[in-house]
Ligand binder design. Structure first.
Ligand SMILES: Nc1nc2c(c(=O)[nH]1)N[C@H]1C(S)=C(S)[C@@H](COP(=O)(O)OP(=O)(O)OC[C@H]3O[C@@H](n4cnc5c(N)ncnc54)[C@H](O)[C@@H]3O)O[C@H]1N2
Ligand code: MOO
Length: 393
C-alpha cells in the first residue's frame, strides 16, 4: 500500500496535457483555454457616452446654462460634426462622443425647448464618458490555461474573437466488470445487482470536461475482459470498475497485465478505495477502480478528476480542500487515510454513523469527504479539519 499523495504523483506521471482544437465561442464555456485569447481591438473602441443626455464642453456646464442642440448621436452612429462653444449634441448611452465634447449632462438635469437645452439641476462632476480602451486595449490577453466561465466567454466575444483554442476533451472509456451486474432497466436475476458506478463516474468526469464512453459490462472471464479492453481502444484513459481486489474472480489486473499494462502501483492506504491500481496500457493511462460504489466515486473524486484536470492542461493539483470545524467528536483513525462521508451543517462537519462503502444513499446525502490522515487520533467537536467538498449542481 502506498500513501494517497504518492499514488496521486504516480498517476500524474502517467498523463500529460492533451492537444488543442479550435471551437466556436458559443461552445467554449467550461472548456480549458489552450492558447491566450488576444483582443483585436480596444473596448470601447471610441470614447463613449455612459448615460443618456447631452454631450458638450464640460467647462461650460453651470446651473441655468443654455446650449444650442446641433445634432443627435444614438448608439452606433456618431454625430458627424464637432461640438463648438455653446453647443450640445443629444446623445444616448453607448454612442461615440462627438469631437470637441468631453462631458455628458444627464437628461434628468436638463430641459429642452426646440433646439435649446437648459441645464436645470446642479449636475454632478460627471463626466459620464468612458474613455477608449477603458475595459481593455487591443493586444490585451486572457491567459491560458484557464477554464472558461460565462464572463470569460463574454470577454472573448468583446475581443471580437469568434473562435478559441481549447484543450481537446479527454476521452475516457469506462469498463464495468462483474457477473452480478445488469444495466439499469434490464431484467435483473435474483442474485444480480444494477451497475451504478459507471453512471456516477461518467457524470463526475464529464463535469470536469472529459467525454466518457460506457462500454458493455464485462463478465468475470478472461475472454470477456479482453474484449472489453479492445472496445476501449482509442481512449486516453481506461477506467475499469470492480474486480480489483484479491478474490478468485478479480481478474482485471491479470488480464490487463497480459495485455501489456505496465503497473505503476496497486493498493493505496485509503478508505474507501484501497484496491486501486494504475498503469499504462499502450497509448492510454489505465486506472482500475474498486467496485464498491462509494469507493469508485471517492477514487473518482480524489484521483480521476485531478488526472482529467492535468490532461486538460490545468496542472497537477489534488482535489481542492476546505476547512471546517467538526460538529461532533470522532474516534481515532486506522492506518489508511479515511475519506468520511459527512454533511456540512451550520454546526460544522457531521460524519455519518455508517461509513460502509456500499451505501450510495448516504453518499448522495453527503456534502463533504472529511479527510482523516492515517493514524489520526480522536478528534473533539469544534476541531477544525480538512474536507473535500462534493460538488452539487
Ligand atoms: N479478502 C479481501 N476482500 C476484500 C478486500 C480485501 O482487501 N481482502 N478489499 C475490500 C475492499 S476495500 C473493496 S473496496 C472491495 C473492492 O473489490 P473489487 O474492486 O474487486 O470489487 P468487486 O468485488 O467487483 O465488487 C465489490 C462490490 O461492489 C459491487 N459492484 C461492483 N461493480 C459495481 C458496479 N459497476 N456498480 C455497482 N456495484 C458494483 C459488487 O457487486 C460488490 O458488492 O473488495 C473488498 N474485499
Ligand atoms: O477500500 Mo474499500 O474501498 O474499503 O471499500
Amino acid at each position: 500500500m502506498i500513501p494517497v499523495a504518492e499514488a496521486l504523483d504516480q498517476l500524474f506521471a502517467l498523463v500529460g496535457p492533451l492537444g488543442a482544437e479550435r471551437v466556436a465561442l458559443r461552445d467554449a464555456a467550461g472548456r480549458v483555454l489552450a492558447a491566450d485569447a488576444v483582443a483585436t481591438r480596444d473596448q470601447p473602441p471610441f470614447p463613449a457616452a455612459a448615460m443618456d443626455g447631452y454631450a458638450l464642453r464640460g467647462a461650460e456646464v453651470a446651473p441655468g446654462a443654455r446650449f444650442r442642440v446641433v445634432g443627435e448621436a444614438p448608439a452606433g452612429r456618431r454625430h458627424p460634426g464637432a461640438v463648438g462653444p455653446g453647443e450640445a449634441v443629444r446623445i444616448f448611452t453607448g454612442a461615440p462622443m462627438p469631437e470637441g465634447a468631453d462631458r455628458v449632462v444627464i437628461q434628468e438635469d436638463t430641459a429642452r425647448e426646440g433646439d435649446t437645452m437648459t441645464v436645470t439641476g446642479t449636475p454632478g462632476p460627471g463626466p459620464h464618458v468612458r474613455p477608449a480602451g477603458a475595459d481593455f486595449s487591443r493586444g490585451a490577453r486572457l491567459e491560458a490555461p484557464r477554464r472558461l466561465s460565462a464572463a470569460d466567454v463574454a470577454l472573448i466575444a468583446a475581443m471580437n474573437l469568434p473562435e478559441v483554442q481549447v484543450t481537446r476533451r479527454p476521452e475516457v472509456a469506462i469498463l464495468s466488470t462483474g457477473d452480478e451486474l445488469v444495466m439499469p432497466g434490464e431484467a435483473a436475476g435474483e442474485d444480480q445487482i444494477v451497475a451504478s458506478n459507471a453512471f456516477g463516474l461518467k457524470a463526475l468526469l464529464e463535469a470536469e470536461g472529459a467525454t466518457a464512453r460506457l462500454l458493455p459490462v464485462a463478465r468475470d472471464t478472461e475472454a470477456s475482459l479482453r474484449a472489453g479492453f479492445e472496445l476501449a481502444a482509442g481512449a486516453d484513459l481506461i477506467l475499469t470498475v470492480g474486480g480489483a481486489s484479491v478474490g478468485d474472480h478479480d481478474l482485471v489486473a491479470p488480464v490487463a497485465q497480459a495485455l501489456g499494462m505496465e503497473t505503476a502501483f496497486y493498493k493505496v492506504a485509503m478508505r474507501p478505495g484501497k484496491p486501486l491500481m494504475a498503469g499504462r496500457l499502450g497509448e492510454a493511462a489505465m486506472i482500475g477502480l474498486p467496485g464498491s460504489p462509494v469507493s469508485a466515486i471517492v477514487c473518482g473524486t480524489v484521483f480521476v478528476a485531478p488526472v482529467i484536470r492535468k490532461m486538460l492542461g490545468l496542472g497537477a493539483a489534488p482535489a481542492q480542500r476546505a476547512r471546517a470545524p467538526l460538529a461532533r467528536g470522532v474516534g481515532a483513525n486506522g492506518p489508511r487515510q479515511h475519506y468520511m462521508r459527512a454533511r456540512l451543517t451550520e454546526a460544522g462537519l457531521d460524519p455519518f454513523d455508517s461509513q460502509d462503502s456500499a451505501l450510495l444513499s448516504l453518499l448522495a446525502e453527503a456534502d463533504a469527504l472529511l479527510v482523516r490522515p492515517p493514524d489520526d487520533g480522536p478528534r473533539a467537536a469544534g476541531e477544525v479539519m480538512d474536507y473535500v467538498p462534493l460538488p452539487r449542481p
